[in-house]
Design a protein around this ligand. Structure first.
Ligand SMILES: NC(=O)c1ccc[n+]([C@@H]2O[C@H](COP(=O)([O-])OP(=O)(O)OC[C@H]3O[C@@H](n4cnc5c(N)ncnc54)[C@H](O)[C@@H]3O)[C@@H](O)[C@H]2O)c1
Length: 438
């Protein structure tokens, strides 16, 4: 392919070298003449393992050229990869100065181009940038339309400095966010051979997932470091501990606990986080991230409370009360906390939970509910249909298939549903329910 690459920093220079190595003709574009000179001399503009040899090799192949002229680059290629920097502004926002200027240049170049050009944004961009900010600029400057005359898309870059050539050749996956076939097909042809999944998605999801990946990496590092600080204070070997933690690929290093839903609760997570935070305090160890988890969980509960209140109806039916579907454990259930707050505000509550039978509750579970919902006996109903019949709002806190099936049958059109469990996509209730944050 004939490819133009805009921005020859770490991402752009490594992409240029690898694409040229793989036989493509690449035009490198940058505003920095020093970088262009280095590349044209077969030298690397970035310090990266393997780049010295690779740049020499690709410069000798004759498949690499450089220019400061964006228009020449667009006219001379069928696809453009945009890799300009998007650093932090002083207030923490993303400084989009370079990408905005580039969108204008790109638009002006496309005005003169007839064949459908594909523009792939590879810079990390805050969600909505491509569709809401860059597309209008390119359309205005070109006088043409995205999806018809040219195709904008977003493909997040996952390479790490220090191992970027290896990461280019073996990324965790290829993710392409686009609105039309043309862009997917072009990128499939360019990157489909890589030994990883090729995932198609929306432009916004692709933009957002890049932030999620980096945030998740930062979270993991901080988790290990906070754990290590606490371990050091307790005389425990942090490497041994983290090695053991990582060996659980069922619950720890896995998809478990990574699906959006309601606040967590139960008899273990809140109490153990509280004990960890207290322990750190007694040893003068700062663990701000771990200490923020319970407050963040409370924010999630606040959101559910606000959603119910915003509906402006007073008769609320809870479907599910225990901390997790399939158990009768009410200890620290976020649904109990939500019920408690609604009752405190004078809401009329009815509750159905197929697992919770007051007469069978024992020990700590019994004393917890007696303390938090002393009048639960008057609210708990043995039949779901009775709760549905008497409520204006239904709060879905159970994902039991039998419960969902019964609801599909009994729910009335005028009833409001608040979905706290993230109903399965196949459930007809999902469409009409108000999701917590989905
Ligand atoms: N560095 C990484 O490891 C990495 C990994 C994944 C994603 N990213 C993202 O990729 C993007 C690029 O990162 P980087 O580290 O390569 O940036 P960088 O700062 O090293 O390079 C950016 C280049 O863009 C050039 N530039 C600026 N305006 C231009 C214009 N109008 N036309 C042409 N060139 C222009 C600059 O001169 C510079 O050479 C960023 O959004 C970054 O967040 C970086």
């Amino acid at each position: 392919m004939k490819i133009s690459i805009f921005g020859l920093g770490y991402v752009g220079a490594v992409s240029l070298a690898c694409l040229a190595r793989d036989g493509h003709h690449v035009i490198g574009v940058d505003i920095d003449p020093t970088k262009l000179r280095l590349i044209s001399e077969g030298k690397t503009p970035v310090v990266e393992d393997g780049m010295v040899d690779l740049m020499q090799q690709v410069a000798a192949s004759g498949r690499v050229s450089v220019t400061t002229d964006a228009e020449e680059a667009v006219l001379g290629s069928e696809i453009s990869l945009v890799c300009v920097g998007t650093p932090s502004a002083a207030n923490g926002s993303q400084d989009q100065g370079a990408i905005l200027r580039l969108a204008e240049q790109m638009g002006r170049a496309l005005r003169r181009k007839d064949s459908g050009h594909v523009v792939v944004f590879r810079s990390t961009l805050v969600p909505g940038t491509v569709e809401d900010v860059l597309r209008p600029i390119v359309e205005r400057e070109s006088g043409k339309q995205d999806g018809q005359d040219f195709h904008l898309c977003f493909q997040p870059e996952f390479l790490r400095e220090g191992s970027s050539i290896r990461d280019y050749d073996k990324p965790p996956f290829t993710v392409v966010g686009a609105n039309g076939e043309a862009a997917f097909e072009k990128l499939q042809a360019l990157f489909g051979h890589l030994p990883c999944k090729f995932l198609r998605t929306s432009v916004r999801s692709a933009e957002m997932m890049k932030y999620c990946c980096n945030n998740f990496h930062a979270l993991k590092i901080t988790f290990a470091n906070e754990t290590a600080r606490l371990c050091a204070a307790l005389g425990v070997d942090p490497f041994e501990v983290m090695d053991l933690v990582c060996q659980d690929t069922q619950l720890n290093i896995s998809r478990a606990y990574l699906r959006p839903g309601f606040a967590f609760g139960g008899s273990c997570l809140p109490k153990d986080l509280r004990a960890t935070t207290y322990l750190a305090k007694t040893r003068d160890v700062e663990i701000p991230m771990l200490a923020s988890i319970l407050p963040s969980n409370t924010s999630h509960l606040d959101l559910a409370f606000d959603k119910v209140v915003a509906l402006g109806r007073r008769k609320v039916g809870f479907v599910g009360l225990s901390f997790k579907t399939g158990t009768d454990d009410l200890r620290e259930s976020p649904l109990v906390a939500l019920a408690e707050r609604l009752i405190g505000k004078g809401y009329e509550l009815r509750i159905y939970d197929p697992e919770v039978h007051l007469a069978r509750l024992l020990g700590a579970n019994k004393s917890f509910i007696e303390r938090h919902l002393p009048h639960i006996g008057q609210m708990l109903m043995p039949e779901l249909a009775d709760v549905v019949a008497a409520s204006d709002v239904l709060v879905l806190g159970s994902s039991s298939p039998a419960v969902l099936q019964a609801l599909e049958r009994d729910v009335r059109p005028e009833q409001a549903l608040v979905d706290l469990v993230s109903l399965p996509a196949a459930s007809p209730l999902r469409e009409r329910a108000l999701g917590l944050c989905w």
